[in-house]
Design a protein around this ligand. Structure first.
Ligand SMILES: NC(=O)c1ccc[n+]([C@@H]2O[C@H](COP(=O)([O-])OP(=O)(O)OC[C@H]3O[C@@H](n4cnc5c(N)ncnc54)[C@H](OP(=O)(O)O)[C@@H]3O)[C@@H](O)[C@H]2O)c1
Length: 237
């Protein structure tokens, strides 16, 4: 039986992905702070889920992931879906720091632990849910966009590392546009995908072991357009 961990499986995209993995024969370790949500998920398939409830910003992620992997009996795939971000026009440092602690610090510890684990076993697949927001800055949520830019760049570095060491370690960067979860906080929203549709598309990208995947697919166009906007014009938007 294949083994996977979903970090951030209590709601949204991670919750849907955990269900899809079960449908596809995986044994799945599920994490998140809200233990009651993890227990609800486990009740749907008690023998296939293993729960580990922890806060990625205050616990030792490496130890928690090692313990969960041991309980699963191995690890082929880790999906990092935990993320946070708030609109913060007043530049309240508490809000920015909360975002950075999860999207930058905890992200780094989790992807590093995963890559090192896969390097030791000489194979594996790391998937992280970043965002289209990582492509340009935002006056409305500066830390969110900046932290997602960090993720895009970090994952690119890991893909380069995997290629250099010539091991079948895959690193997939999923860049969603808007998905109908609690995270979608922007006042103006369009092309909003259901979390079910987003998760189905993400699973297809995972199966193809793609390096980067836009969800839904047409957000690829937005990514291209965002990059083309000249700095002089972008700063007035
Ligand atoms: N929804 C969108 O429009 C959208 C667009 C682009 C990218 N994304 C990205 O997609 C990812 C998943 O978000 P979502 O849309 O599925 O939203 P969501 O339903 O709010 O899911 C966020 C997940 O992160 C977990 N989490 C938050 N803080 C945590 C912490 N301190 N420690 C451990 N886990 C924590 C939550 O679990 P607990 O609260 O139980 O800890 C939850 O499982 C995020 O990285 C987000 O940035 C979302």
């Amino acid at each position: 039986m294949k083994k996977a961990i979903v970090v951030g499986a209590t709601s949204g995209i991670g919750n849907e992905l955990a269900k899809i993995l079960i449908e596809n024969g995986y044994k799945v370790g599920i994490t998140g702070r809200r233990k009651s949500e993890l227990e609800k998920l486990k009740q749907t398939n008690p023998h296939s889920y293993i729960i580990s409830s922890f806060d990625c910003t205050s616990e030792n992620n490496s130890t928690k992931l090692s313990q969960l992997t041991e309980q699963l009996g191995g690890l082929e795939l880790l999906i990092l879906s935990s993320g946070t971000g708030d609109l913060n026009e007043k530049l309240d440092f508490k809000i920015e720091n909360r975002t950075n602690l999860l999207n930058v610090n905890a992200f780094t510890e989790i992807v590093d632990w995963t890559f090192n684990y896969f390097q030791t076993q000489k194979k594996g697949h790391l998937v992280a849910i970043s965002s289209i927001a990582g492509i340009r800055g935002s006056r409305l949520a500066p830390a969110y966009n900046a932290s997602k830019a960090y993720q895009l760049n970090y994952l690119e570095g890991l893909r380069q590392k995997a290629t250099k060491i010539k091991l079948p370690i895959y690193v997939t960067d999923i860049r969603p546009g808007f998905v109908d979860t609690d995270m979608a906080k922007s006042e103006v929203q369009f092309w909003v995908a259901t979390k079910e549709k987003a998760a189905r598309q993400i699973f297809r990208i995972i199966k193809r072991k793609r390096g980067i995947g836009y969800v839904t697919k047409r957000w690829w166009i937005v990514a291209k357009l965002l990059r083309l906007i000249p700095h002089g014009m972008y700063k007035r938007m």
